[in-house]
Write a protein that binds this ligand. Structure first.
Ligand code: PLP
Length: 362
């Protein structure tokens, strides 16, 4: 049991009350409360169309389906992301084509995109990892030149801005997650945003087995049951109200670590550019002695989390290339305790333990 967990978030009385109201009002499955939640997100992100669904993974899958990605198409994905990004393409029978990330930050190296494009390429999925912003102008330029769709995986980047506006809102589709370790959560959940009305209509149909209505049924296209629930949306509506405080708090957490570990030589903070509108959802570091550090902190009640392995290590993606930049992140990356409800005194404790680890030369 850890005294300090790697992620701390909060669900309070307000969420409990709204869920309770929703149940008493018989708003259980997808209905009026989901629509209200979608409307609030649309307003907050300044985007016309939002389709809520069961997870960020489902959001990615629905977006790729809506844009017509199918068997034998190729989809370009960075080698550093949660494997969900790849699985969304793979489950449609598409081939995942991996591309390396930048040397200093784990987001796609856009200068390597063109060399990955073939006549089968259908879409690019830039991943806005850890609330960082990919150079979208460059991605859109390449996509336009080759006639490709851009689906942003903004699962970790809700309310992150670049010079144009909120991430995820200016591509063919943007996909977000509402799982627990995100800015806001509804337990599980996710949503797709788009500015394209046709894509929106297709997404809504795909969410309900390809039909416009379950009463007056016409089979129009392949879909699935990707429906959200009003119970989850009730939590989401209250979580949205917490966003401004949460953003301030996670920035404070990040700044505290930044100051606290600047003199700790065995750790390198992976930067987030807060001045440009990025949001440091997580506090991520590189440590060559990662395993020893994880064990040391754990023995003092501090939970950390190593980065997920690079995607090319999933044999079934059949990648034969080397990805030297992402390899460093995959082998040395670590999440330090953080999150919208992580007490700042916990950060101070963690920094003390990091100091001790350094001094003891573990
Ligand atoms: C980058 C990224 N993409 C996709 C997903 C999938 O979201 P979900 O877990 O809601 O299915 C996640 C979730 O952690 C993620 O971090």
């Amino acid at each position: 049991m850890h005294n300090i967990s790697w992620w701390r978030t909060e669900f309070g009385e307000e969420e409990v009350q709204r869920v309770s109201d929703s149940i008493f009002n018989e708003n259980i499955s997808q209905g009026a409360v989901t629509e209200e939640f979608e409307g609030l997100i649309a307003e907050a992100l300044d985007v016309p169309f939002v389709v809520a669904t069961t997870s960020g993974t489902a959001a990615l899958l629905m977006a790729l389906m809506a844009l017509g990605v199918q068997r034998d198409d190729e989809v370009i994905i960075p080698n550093r992301t949660w494997i969900a990004t790849a699985h969304a393409a793979l489950i449609l029978g598409a081939k995942v084509v991996l591309v390396d990330v930048l040397p200093d930050i784990p987001i796609v190296d856009v200068s390597q995109l063109k060399q990955k494009i073939t006549s089968k390429t259908k879409a690019i999925i830039p991943v806005q990892l850890g609330g960082r912003s990919v150079n979208m102008e460059e991605v859109w330029k390449v996509a336009k030149e080759y006639g490709l769709f851009v689906v942003e995986d903004a699962a970790q980047a809700l309310f992150v801005k670049n010079s144009k506006g909120y991430l995820g809102t200016y591509s063919d589709a943007g996909c977000f997650s509402l799982s627990v370790a995100k800015l806001i959560s509804t337990g599980q959940g996710g949503f797709v945003v788009t500015r394209n009305k046709e894509t929106y209509e297709r997404l809504k149909r795909i969410r309900t087995h390809g039909v416009d209505s379950v009463i007056d049924v016409t089979y129009t296209q392949m879909g699935f049951n990707f429906r959200y629930t009003d119970i989850q949306a009730s939590i989401g509506i209250e979580q949205l109200k917490r966003v401004p405080n949460r953003i301030s708090h996670i920035k404070a957490v990040y700044e505290k670590y930044k100051a606290g570990i600047s003199g700790i030589l065995f750790l390198k903070l992976i930067p987030v550019d807060v001045t440009q509108g990025e949001i440091p959802l997580y506090v991520e570091v590189l440590c060559k002695r990662r395993k020893a550090l994880i064990d040391f902190l754990s023995s003092h009640g501090v939970q950390t989390r190593p980065f997920y392995p690079d995607l090319n290590l999933a044999g079934y993606l059949e990648s034969t290339e080397d990805f030297p930049n992402s390899k460093v992140f995959g082998e040395e990356g670590l999440f330090l305790p953080c999150g919208p409800n992580q007490p700042l005194r916990n950060i101070e404790r963690v920094i003390e333990f990091l100091d001790i680890f350094g001094k003891e030369g573990k």
